[in-house]
Design a protein around this ligand. Structure first.
Ligand code: ZN
Length: 135
């Protein structure tokens, strides 16, 4: 069974970030459509969701690797800013317990300071302004 699957997937594109995004979006849209079931709006969402899911599978099993790769690259380039934003938020949330994030009063540069060091003088790495902060 596993061998059959491996043989089937040979030369095919497989899963990438764009496919994962399509699948999640598709599932979300189908889920939303169930809230509006019975309305035209719901039917449109239902079909739209399935199109996204089918497109995800079409990409996974596609043999046109070059084209799929280009699609994924374009997707990554377009969403780079948004993904970077969420990554930053996640990193900041993680550091929240051990670090303070302060903004430089003169240039607005974000500066990370470890907690529990008492009052310390902070020097901005961008404009070298110094200011006192409690850590
Ligand atoms: Zn500064």
């Amino acid at each position: 069974m596993k061998e059959k699957l491996i043989r089937f997937m040979q030369g095919r594109y497989g899963v990438d970030t764009f496919s994962k995004f399509l699948l999640i979006m598709g599932l979300v849209v189908v889920l939303i459509s169930s809230i509006f079931s019975g309305k035209t709006f719901g039917i449109i969402f239902y079909i739209l969701g399935w199109i996204l899911i089918i497109y995800c599978y079409f990409r996974m099993f596609s043999k046109n690797v070059t084209k799929r790769y280009a699609e994924n690259q374009a997707f990554l380039a377009k969403t780079g800013g948004i993904r970077g934003f969420f990554k930053n938020q996640k990193a900041m949330w993680k550091q929240r317990k051990t670090h303070h994030i302060y903004k430089c009063p003169s240039c607005g540069q974000k500066i990370r300071i470890p907690k529990g060091k008492g009052k310390i003088e902070v020097c901005c790495p961008k404009c070298s302004t110094t200011f006192i902060k409690k850590s």
